[in-house]
Design a protein around this ligand. Structure first.
Ligand SMILES: *[C@@H]1O[C@H](CO)[C@@H](O)[C@H](O)[C@H]1NC(C)=O
Length: 989
């Protein structure tokens, strides 16, 4: 949901708005100037200036040196000290550095600041803030993978450097240069990543506040206008190289809000070079291409660094490095047959500059043409410098190592990957029931109906509006009778009002976020005056969990699930619509230290709450979150926030969702139809078609938009949208299987071309088409108005078939092919050599499909003897019994040479030995209804039967063969195989 109006208008009319219902707040497009540019964020400006100086000075030497004698290497870890020279007199500050070589082959570099003797450094006297660099991000983010590689060995050491060999077969190497400090990370002898390559390392050490005599008064205003002009002047004046800009050290203002900075400047910044890599990806969420752009100006480039500072940036600008609602500071670089990456573990406001260029040093060395490299400059406002380095070599390696650290996507509730019907707001129980009935009437499957903030009693989220939702349990049961669920919203702001027990408890137990003076923080959000739960406080989390018990949250039941919105957190009257940075969290950490983690603490508490609604009941939660950070994938799905009903936003949703997937958080989607505005029927239809191929598939709409439930649009739209919904439902088994792989090893669910075809340089940056899981389905949704054909880039020599017609598409590796894409058609190709599962009987919800038989589709390879394979994963879709082996995971193989199709356990388990619980037993009744072999061998002409072998028996089934004609491939259909889906079986053709 949105906030409305610019900050200044908010400040001006808060009184008025609090009187009005938020319902009537006008929708206003985001104003870029309501959010900081780098020059308006003190530490970003200082670090950019530092970089400008370092990169243009005739002689620049980074003032950071490793104290050679102080270091030691033991058990896979180097511990030492960096000395930072802080003035011409040669005074230094000690910065302990730890370089850890992990068993996974990942390296981690952590730099802290040595705690001074008490009294040596005086921070601002009146502050309660913790005087320590924030060092608890790891506690929230990292769940494994930290075991040290005891086999890592020092290969060389002298007074200038230390070389450590580590990783698989010791093929990785870290060359730690002491003076100035830098590290080269090599794989197979070649440098891929360099830290402090350009000497931009900058750790602003703590220093005492010295009151200087009369500096010219800069920005103190007392009025609300952002003082951009003053700032610009300041930036321009900053030409003197040596003189640091101290104006924002101890205080800075933006948009009428002043940030007191009790600890003074303490940013951490570092340059990271990707040597020989022209493209970098990741660091979501931004509305722009998947391959990140340069940020230091020039044609087609951005002027601003990519920013990560979770914010309520509604109706966001497309093609922009502006921050959005969530942040994952994980960046990867890909080139032909090589992938490397870094993960910058810091939860404070972070900016990343990106530039590219040919290597200037020794361009002709070795006689090879110099390659383009990408140089990045990371800047965070506070905390530790903590960076993980991944040396690949494959994209899959990056994802599996990154998710070993931060966790993989949780196995979802099965309904959660079906279709969700949402709107701000379904206004009453009757409204809900009517939408529910209409979906049935128009034979449109759906699983979940959602209630936005208006369901609550005046934005007291645990209390239902008594007039509109008098009998929520009855409504819940009504939905449950068709296997459907209800999701209601629950935000981190707690209405500050006298008659609300929840806020009373929060106050009594002191569980909220505090302001800089240590008092309960009060701000404005949907309910008006509110307090914010402090998700960092263990007692607050415990309390939050207790609020969701069935007997405590009246009106909730087994099919009620949760949506956490506004958890950046959005604070309408706060700086940049969020919390003041000098607010205090549990442990007296400043909000500035933990900002990007706040949303995670909240949605993960909700996740825990849903796991313990009733003693003895352990079910998978479903929580949707808007704000996120690395690790959020373990507990939530995300959506791309408050987008707009226009074609640009539809197109932009695809790279955004792909970027989430390659960043370890694949359970992602965009509001179908666009949140703001009214999509025309074509746009809405195309959006449903794209949404049907998005991991999270939800339609949502702003309260001021016209009703747009999918059955409202008349023919041909109703039929076309129904077809898209049904296509999603029939492919649910394939989606669920893709989630299983994501859960096991962090694989994206939608795979960009570089992920599946890493040798094809031309495909590296393609971000508008993708493969779905391991199905071989190549999808490129139509995202342009009036477009009736689609151009798809073909990555290889395989056969490609039209999903709907079985036409063999005449494709050429590395070339585009144009396919028909009239409004009723989603461009979906089946790549040869794959098998994927479906369930083809149309039903009203996924729950009702639970015991349906499967269809298997085999797309044969272009090469006559090449097998096709694929898999199916299924479990009860609800409990954690799968962790005890209560699942079916089959591998299907079609061998054209042998003329066989076999099903075997995916992991080679002895299926007969599994002790079957209730669900597995019931799955005995589920079989294979149909096998379709697209591109069946021509030699099958005349074949009418095949033999089936399973569980010690053999029987005959009918084969219907249709020869190739008019561009269509030959295909064969076998019906009613008579096998159990969980059993081993073989069809001999
Ligand atoms: C394929 O088409 C896209 C436009 O959809 C174009 O940008 C690209 O250059 C084309 N690639 C080739 C290899 O022709």
């Amino acid at each position: 949901m949105l906030v409305s109006g610019s900050l200044s208008s908010w400040t001006a009319c808060l009184g008025l708005l609090s009187a009005l219902s938020a319902t009537f707040a006008p929708a206003v497009a985001v104003k870029e100037h309501d959010w900081k540019k780098c020059h308006q964020s003190g530490f970003c400006a200082r670090n950019r200036a530092f970089a400008d100086h370092a990169l243009t000075a005739t002689s620049w030497e980074s003032p950071y040196n490793i104290l050679a004698d102080a270091g030691s290497f033991k058990d896979g870890q180097y511990q030492g000290v960096i000395l930072k020279t802080i003035n011409d007199a040669g005074e230094t500050v000690r910065l302990p550095i730890t370089i850890s070589f992990l068993k996974s082959g990942t390296a981690r570099v952590t730099v802290d600041e040595e705690k001074r003797q008490k009294g040596e450094i005086e921070l601002r006297h009146d502050s309660k803030a913790r005087k320590e660099r924030y060092n608890e991000a790891e506690k929230w983010v990292i769940v494994g993978g930290l075991a040290l590689d005891k086999n890592a060995k020092v290969a060389h050491q002298d007074k200038n450097q230390l070389t450590v060999k580590f990783g698989p077969f010791s093929t990785f190497e870290a060359v730690i240069n002491f003076s100035p400090f830098s590290i080269d990370f090599k794989r197979d002898g070649e440098t891929h990543i360099k830290l402090n390559d350009q000497g931009l390392l900058n750790i602003e050490h703590w220093r005492p506040k010295v009151d200087k005599p009369a500096e010219p008064e800069k920005e103190d205003d007392g009025n609300d206008t952002p003082d951009e002009e003053g700032k610009e002047e300041q930036t321009e004046k900053k030409e003197e190289p040596k003189k640091e800009d101290e104006s924002t050290w101890w205080e800075e203002s933006f948009g009428g809000n002043t940030d007191t900075k009790p600890r003074g400047p303490e940013s951490v910044a570092l340059d990271i070079s990707f040597i020989g890599y022209e493209h970098v990806f990741g660091i979501p969420s931004h509305a722009g291409p998947m391959a990140l752009k340069q940020t230091r100006g020039g044609e087609g480039n951005y002027e601003e660094p990519y920013r990560m500072y979770n914010a309520d940036v509604f109706e966001y600008i497309l093609d922009s490095p502006m921050t959005l609602y969530g942040s994952i500071p994980f960046m990867q670089a890909h080139r032909k047959e090589s992938s490397v990456g870094v993960f910058w573990l810091n939860a404070a406001e972070t900016w990343v500059d990106i530039t590219k260029g040919k290597d200037s040093k020794n361009p002709k060395a070795l006689g090879v043409e110099s390659k383009t490299s990408t140089r990045t400059h990371w800047m965070s406002e506070s905390g530790l410098l903590d960076v993980f380095v991944f040396l690949g070599p494959t994209p899959g390696d990056l994802l599996s190592k990154y998710t070993e650290l931060t966790g993989t996507t949780a196995m979802p509730q099965e309904f959660a990957i079906a279709y969700h019907q949402c709107r701000w707001n379904y206004i009453s129980e009757d409204d809900v029931k009517e939408v529910d009935a209409k979906m049935d009437k128009f034979k449109m499957p759906y699983d979940v109906i959602w209630l936005d903030i208006e369901f609550s009693d005046d934005k007291k989220y645990f209390a239902w509006d008594k007039h509109s939702f008098p009998t929520p349990l009855e409504m819940g049961k009504h939905l449950a009778s068709r296997g459907r669920k209800l999701v209601t919203i629950n935000d981190p702001h707690i209405k500050n009002v006298a008659d609300y027990p929840v806020v009373q408890e929060l106050k009594d137990k002191d569980l909220g976020v505090h302001n800089k003076d240590g008092k309960l923080f009060e701000g404005w959000c949907w309910p008006g005056s509110s307090h914010w739960i402090d998700g960092f406080n263990p007692a607050a989390r415990e309390w939050w969990v207790s609020l969701f018990k069935y007997d405590k949250w009246k009106g909730s039941m087994e099919n009620t699930f949760l949506w956490n919105d506004m958890n950046e957190p959005s604070v309408f009257n706060g700086p940049e619509t969020t919390m003041p940075k000098d607010n205090l969290h549990f442990g007296n950490w400043e909000h500035r230290d933990v900002h990007n983690l706040y949303g995670l603490t909240f949605h993960s508490a909700t996740f825990e709450a849903l796991k313990s609604r009733k003693p003895g009941e352990l079910r998978r939660p479903f929580v949707l979150t808007r704000a996120f950070f690395s690790g959020s994938q373990r507990a939530a799905a995300m959506w791309t926030g408050d987008n707009q009903a226009d074609w640009g936003h539809l197109a932009s949703s695809i790279p955004m969702v792909l970027n989430q997937g390659i960043s370890g958080f694949p359970f992602a989607g965009a509001d179908v139809g666009g949140f703001f505005g009214n999509p025309d029927k074509d746009l809405l239809t195309r959006w449903y078609q794209a949404g049907a191929f998005s991991p999270f598939f939800r339609a949502h709409a702003h309260i001021d938009s016209r009703r747009r439930e999918p059955y409202l649009h008349g023919e041909p739209y109703t039929t076309i949208i129904s077809a898209a919904l049904r296509l999603r439902y029939s492919l649910l088994p394939a989606w669920y299987t893709a989630f299983r792989h994501a859960h096991l090893n962090g694989a994206p669910i939608l795979k960009p071309m570089f992920y599946t075809h890493w040798s094809e340089e031309a495909g590296l940056t393609i971000d508008d088409q993708f493969f779905l899981g391991t199905t071989g389905l190549l999808v490129k949704p139509v995202t342009q108005k009036d477009q009736t054909t689609q151009t798809i880039w073909i990555p290889d020599d395989e056969a490609y078939y039209d999903y709907f017609t079985y036409e063999r598409i005449p494709t050429v590796k590395g070339k585009n092919v144009t396919v028909d894409a009239p409004l009723e058609k989603i461009p979906v190709l089946m790549r040869g050599s794959h098998i994927f599962p479906r369930r083809d009987i149309p039903r009203r919800s996924s729950a009702l499909m639970k015991w349906d038989d499967y269809t298997l589709v085999v797309a044969t390879s272009a090469k006559a003897d090449e097998p096709a394979d694929g898999d199916l994963y299924v479990d009860d879709g609800d409990s954690y019994d799968y962790q005890q082996g209560q699942y079916i995971h089959r591998r299907f193989t079609f061998d054209p040479a042998e003329g066989t199709l076999t099903s075997a356990d995916f992991e080679g388990r002895n299926v007969a030995s599994i002790k079957e619980g209730e669900w597995l037993k019931k799955m005995h009744q589920v079989g294979v209804d149909k096998v379709i072999i697209v591109g069946a061998p021509a030699s099958w002409a005349g074949k009418t039967t095949a033999k089936v072998q399973s569980e010690g028996r053999e029987w005959e089934v009918k084969v219907e063969f249709t020869p190739a004609e008019k561009g269509k491939a030959a295909f064969a259909v076998v019906r009613k195989l008579g096998v159990k889906i969980g059993a081993d079986w073989k069809v001999v053709f």
